[in-house]
Design a protein around this ligand. Structure first.
Ligand SMILES: [Cu+2]
Length: 478
């Protein structure tokens, strides 16, 4: 009898371990825009990253638990970019990193970064004040990741290549919205996001962010949190059952819900497209300080984690501006506007000075799109994503066409289309609650004490079922 129970338990346990589904959520994070985090929540996020970086990788000798994920990302880069895996695989990566962070501090969720809020003046975004600025060709000059030394793929200091004096812009929220509206098939939406808004942020930041170990930079996770939030918004418009993958292809092969994920081969595509499995939900930004959008003072932002950043942010826009002022039509494939730090700076030289009329940060033209050039995909980034010059040119032409269509009113977001975003998010939170999951209350600090941290290694967390079965089996043995 005892033996039979033991065998049954062992089989159940084995099945639980090999079934491959993600373990049941311990709780569901409400991932929030980073400006909505309290100062202490921001500090805890940074501390958790540093703690992971002080712990050994469970798999790779000589690497930290933080570098562990950079190596996984790099070694699977060819499969998970430029392919239908892009959105789903990065969602899974965020899940594992979030679980790992929670093994250090259970109250931490990955925040996202609304880079489209300051798309037209990304150099003024407050995120540089929090996570440090950028000096092309130099290690991160300030903030909590100054002197952040990493060992993958070689020993170096975390580096960003963004020239804070450049005048570039990223994709706007209306462009992001238009993509959600117009791309109703997962595969096309994934491709659109990967090459346009997603690629632009990597290319703009430069340094480690345009390599395939880009996730050494904590900004990677805030950026991909935003990308995943866009995907979540797309799902809540086009895939409300969170079950559809459409016609997504990977280098010519169509993937389905049962396709195993690269590297995490016991997890399928279908496992990750439902937030009930990946333990997160997104919360629309509440803090609406539109820093830099219109050049107004942001001194009322009480949550700013201000450090001395006078030398790198906001005050000196004169003299080094690039951009040919013709915007949109002349940036296809062959021109680079020198915004990507060291990699493409000046290669075709279309920089024209506008130093005389841009000596202060209150230039009336600053809010005008035509003043700035969209960040182009860095050729180095494109090459690592596996596309050649011809493909790069095609992608950039597509991006320019999309942009022109928006300006010409051909890509229209129906009035009110996004008005119910908050309601949709609340409905999703309620669905998860109805499944018996504990969902964060996003309006309050998550005060879970770090002493409650357990030692589960996030990527290889043991399921509660396993723990219970193991305990019962042991108790039966004695
Ligand atoms: Cu990636």
């Amino acid at each position: 009898m005892k033996l039979a129970v033991l065998i049954t338990l062992t089989v159940a346990l084995w099945a639980g371990l090999t079934a491959g589904a993600l373990p049941a959520c311990r709780r569901v994070c409400q991932r929030r825009e980073w400006r909505d985090l309290s100062p202490s929540e921001r500090d805890r996020f940074v501390s958790a990253i540093k703690s992971l970086h002080s712990r050994p990788s469970p798999t790779f000798g000589g690497l930290s638990y933080w570098e562990h994920f950079a190596r996984i990302h790099e070694q699977n880069a060819g499969q998970v970019h430029n392919s239908g895996f892009f959105l789903v695989w990065h969602r899974l990566l965020l899940y594992y990193v979030e679980q790992a962070l929670q093994s250090v501090d259970p109250g931490v969720c990955i925040p996202y970064w609304d880079w489209d809020q300051t798309y037209n003046q990304p150099e003024k975004d407050e995120i540089w004040k929090w996570l440090g600025g950028s000096l092309p060709g130099r290690p991160v000059p300030d903030g909590p990741f100054k002197d952040f030394s990493v060992n993958w793929p070689n020993r170096h200091m975390l580096t960003r290549g963004f020239d804070m004096n450049s005048k570039v812009r990223l994709y706007s929220s209306s462009q992001n919205d238009a993509a959600i509206v117009s791309e109703s098939v997962y595969g096309s939406y994934s491709t659109n996001v990967e090459y346009s808004s997603h690629g632009a942020v990597h290319s703009m930041i430069g340094g480690d962010m345009i390599t395939m170990h880009s996730n050494l930079d904590p900004l990677f996770y805030l950026h991909h949190g935003k990308v995943d939030y866009l995907y979540f918004q797309w799902q809540s418009r086009h895939d409300t059952s969170f079950r559809s993958i459409g016609q997504a292809s990977v280098h010519g092969t169509t993937i389905s819900l049962t396709t195993p994920m690269p590297f995490f081969t016991d997890i399928t595509v279908g496992d990750v497209i439902d937030p009930a499995n990946t333990c997160f939900i997104y919360r629309r930004r509440q803090n609406d300080h539109a820093t830099g959008l219109d050049g107004t003072d942001d001194s009322t932002n009480t949550t700013s984690t201000d450090e001395d950043d006078g030398s790198v942010n906001g005050t000196s826009v004169n003299g080094t501006a690039t951009g040919n002022g013709t915007n949109g039509t002349s940036v296809n494939g062959t021109h680079h506007n020198g915004t990507n730090g060291t990699s493409v700076n000046g290669t075709t030289g279309n920089a024209t000075e506008d130093s005389t009329d841009n000596t202060t940060s209150v230039d009336p033209d600053e809010g005008d799109d035509d003043d700035r050039q969209l960040v182009q995909i860095d050729p180095a980034f494109a090459e690592m994503n596996g596309f050649d010059e011809k493909k790069l040119q095609q992608v950039q032409e597509d991006m320019n066409t999309f942009e022109t269509d928006i300006k010409d009113g051909k890509q229209v977001v129906p009035p009110g289309f996004f008005d119910d975003s908050t309601a949709l998010e609340e409905a999703e939170a309620n669905r998860l609650r109805s499944l018996g999951l504990e969902v964060d209350d996003a309006t309050q600090d998550n005060t879970t004490s770090s002493e409650e941290a357990d030692d589960q290694s996030g990527a290889y967390a043991i399921s509660p079922l396993f723990s219970v079965a193991f305990a019962v089996a042991v108790s039966l043995l004695f």
